[in-house]
Design a protein around this ligand. Structure first.
Ligand code: NAI
Ligand SMILES: O=C(O)C1=NCCCC1
Length: 163
């Protein structure tokens, strides 16, 4: 019978996730999603609960990959912060469940996953859409997403300049 869930903290997620492994896996997952085959991926549109008092939302993002035996959900709170606020704009947790029994197998910090997954899918779209020979990378903002996008874009492409 299942034991208690494994907890995977932020520093451990950071050690485990590498763009060179994440990107090919995401490309496969995106391909499966595009097939619209319910045995490959069921991923309903994110459900959001407004947190009006706090100018934010709770987003619930479940996915089931029957063929791969993967059942998981991200829970993410995101907020409109005041200019200059030092509070995080998003905070996320990812739960991995056993699809047969329904028990939670792992509770993972979702902040690094959110930063790296979002940037990795941008990089995948750039692989297909970026004009060949593009020399300048421009990023708006300088927060978490800006940094993760900088990291992955400079890891897989060669730019002469980043603005
Ligand atoms: N689609 C997805 O999967 C995800 C989307 N996001 C979205 O990405 C955005 C950024 O998220 P984080 O990097 O985590 O937030 P963050 O708070 O770490 O960074 C936001 C940055 O934008 C800058 N900024 C704000 N207004 C600006 C303006 N008018 N012009 C230029 N820069 C401006 C801020 O100074 C800050 O550096 C948010 O809108 C968030 O909701 C975040 C995570 C996942
Ligand atoms: O899809 C996500 O993940 C997020 N989207 C909007 C902001 C927070 C995270």
């Amino acid at each position: 019978m299942a034991g208690p869930p494994v907890i995977i903290w932020e520093h451990e997620v950071k050690q485990l996730l590498r763009y060179k492994e994440l990107i090919p896996r995401l490309e496969v997952a995106l391909g499966k999603f595009s097939k619209r085959d319910s045995a490959e991926v069921i991923q309903p549109v994110r459900t959001t609960v407004p947190l009006q008092k706090h100018s934010g939302f709770l987003g619930v993002m479940p996915t089931y990959m029957e063929n791969d035996g993967v059942l998981c959900s991200k829970l993410v709170c995101f907020y409109k912060r005041e200019d200059g606020s030092t509070l995080p704009a998003t905070q996320a947790t990812v739960l991995l469940l056993d699809p047969e029994y329904g028990n939670v197998k792992a509770v993972m910090d979702g902040d690094v996953i959110t930063a790296m997954r979002t940037a990795a899918v941008s990089a995948i779209s750039a692989k297909m859409l970026m004009p060949p020979g593009a020399e300048v990378l421009a990023i708006l903002g300088a927060g978490h997403q800006a940094l993760s996008h900088y990291n992955v874009f400079t890891e897989i492409f060669s730019f002469k300049e980043v603005r």
